[in-house]
Design a protein around this ligand. Structure first.
Ligand SMILES: [Zn+2]
Length: 383
C-alpha cells in the first residue's frame, strides 16, 4: 500500500510541475487535495523549475490550501528570484565592461536576451587561452576565485554582490566518464566552433537563435544526459516562440555536421509529447519512423525527472541513476546513425542491461507481495 501511495505522491508532483509549465493559468488546488508540498518544492528545485511554483503565491485558492511554512518558503523564493534577476543584469553589464577593456572574448552561454534565466550565476564560454588571461584580470578587479573541480568551470565571485560567474572552457563535461572519445572530440570541436563563429568581438557576445537552440540541445544531450525539466521545456518553448524567425536550415545543418539530426528531432519530439508544444513544421517533416518508434518507447517521463546529476552517486539514488543512464545509453545507440549494431555488445552495456532486467524482475515479484519489502523498493529501490 505504501508503495502505491508513494508512487502516487511522485506522480502528482510531476503532473503538477508539467501542467504549471504548460499553462500559466493552471491551478492544482482544484484538482488535488493531497499534494506533498515538500516533495513538490524539492522536485521543482532539482529540475530547475522553481519559478513555476509562484502561481501558488498569487492564487487565492492555493494560498488557502498551503501550510504557513510553505507559504513562507514561496515568499522567500519570489524575493530571491527577483533579486537574482536584478543582480544578474547589473553584473552582466559590469563584467562586459571589464572584459571589453581587457580585450577578452567570451560567449554568453545558456542565456538568450529576453528569456527567463534560472539559476543564480552567469555562465560564459571562453577559450583556454583567454581563460588563462581572465583569471588575473578578474582577481585584479576584486573578484575571488572559488575552489572547483579542476577540469570543470572556473568560478569567480563578484566583489559587489557576491554574484557567481562561471567560466566554462567546454560546452559539456564528461561528468561520470559517460562520453567516449569521439563524443568528447565532438564536444571540443563544437565549443571551438561556437567560440570562433560567435565570440568575434571583445566582451560578452550573444549567440544567434540558431546557435542558441543547437547549443541548448547539445548541452542537454551531453552534459545533462536528458535530465531536468527546465532545459527541455526552454528548448521546445524557444523553438515554438521564434518558429517563424528561426533559419531551420541552419539548425539542421549544425545537427548534420555533428551527426545528431535524429537526436535533435527526438528531443524536440519528447518535448512536444510532454508539454504539448507543437513541433515546428520543418522539424515535423524530418520525422522518421525510427525517431517516432524510439520516442514512443523511451518517453521524456522515463528519463528526465531526477535529483540533480551532482547527487547521482549517492547510495540511495544509485540504482535509479543506473536505470536512467541505461535508458540514456540505449536512446543514444538507437538514434545514432553511425552506431554499428555490434557496439551494443560492449560488456559495460550488457552489464547494465542484465542489471536493469534483473531489477525489473525483482521489483515485479516484490510488488506482488504485501509487506515491508514493498515499502523498501518504492522508497529507495535496492540499496
Ligand atoms: Zn491556484
Amino acid at each position: 500500500m505504501k508503495a502505491d501511495k508513494d508512487s502516487r505522491r511522485h506522480q502528482v508532483v510531476r503532473t503538477i510541475l508539467i501542467r504549471f509549465l504548460r499553462d500559466k493559468d493552471y491551478c492544482p488546488s482544484c484538482e488535488y487535495t493531497d499534494i506533498d508540498y515538500t516533495l513538490l518544492f524539492r522536485t521543482a528545485g532539482a529540475n530547475k523549475v522553481e519559478h513555476a511554483l509562484l502561481h501558488m503565491l498569487q492564487c487565492r485558492t492555493c494560498r488557502k490550501r498551503i501550510y504557513p511554512g510553505f507559504l513562507k518558503r514561496l515568499t522567500q523564493l519570489d524575493f530571491r528570484l527577483r533579486a537574482l534577476s536584478l543582480l544578474r543584469q547589473a553584473e552582466l553589464k559590469k563584467l562586459n565592461m571589464v572584459l571589453f577593456y581587457h580585450h577578452i572574448r567570451t560567449v554568453l552561454f545558456k542565456d538568450y536576451p529576453g528569456r527567463l534565466r534560472v539559476g543564480g550565476d552567469i555562465d560564459i564560454l571562453i577559450s583556454t587561452d583567454n581563460l588563462r588571461r581572465l583569471s588575473p584580470v578578474l582577481l585584479q578587479e576584486g573578484y575571488t576565485k572559488t575552489e572547483r573541480v579542476a577540469y570543470k568551470e572556473h568560478q569567480f565571485i563578484s566583489p559587489r554582490n557576491r554574484f557567481k560567474i562561471d567560466a566554462h572552457h567546454l560546452i559539456a563535461y564528461p561528468q561520470y566518464g559517460e562520453l567516449d572519445r569521439d563524443e568528447l572530440c565532438a564536444v571540443r570541436r563544437y565549443t571551438q566552433d561556437l567560440l570562433y563563429t560567435t565570440g568575434t568581438s571583445f566582451g560578452i557576445t550573444h549567440m544567434t537563435r540558431e546557435r542558441y537552440i543547437f547549443t541548448r540541445f547539445f548541452h542537454y544531450w551531453y552534459n545533462d544526459m536528458l535530465c531536468g525539466l527546465y532545459p527541455l521545456f526552454e528548448l521546445c518553448a524557444f523553438c515554438y516562440r521564434y518558429r517563424r524567425r528561426i533559419r531551420w536550415n541552419e539548425v539542421l545543418r549544425l545537427a548534420d555536421e555533428y551527426a545528431m539530426r535524429n537526436e535533435f528531432i527526438y528531443v524536440l519530439l519528447i518535448g512536444e509529447n510532454m508539454f504539448d508544444i507543437p513541433l515546428p513544421d520543418p522539424i515535423r517533416h524530418g520525422l522518421s519512423f525510427r525517431i517516432r518508434l524510439v520516442a514512443s518507447a523511451i518517453t521524456a517521463d522515463d528519463i528526465i525527472f531526477f535529483p540533480p546529476i551532482s547527487r547521482w552517486h549517492h547510495k540511495q539514488y544509485r540504482t535509479v541513476a543506473h536505470g536512467k543512464y541505461l535508458r540514456y545509453l540505449f536512446t543514444k545507440l538507437l538514434l545514432n546513425t553511425r552506431t554499428p549494431p555490434l557496439r551494443l555488445l560492449r560488456f559495460r552495456i550488457i552489464g547494465f542491461v542484465l542489471r536493469g532486467l534483473l531489477l525489473c524482475a525483482v521489483r515485479r515479484l516484490t510488488l506482488k507481495k504485501e509487506g515491508n519489502k514493498q515499502k523498501k523498493f518504492s522508497d529507495h529501490p535496492v540499496q
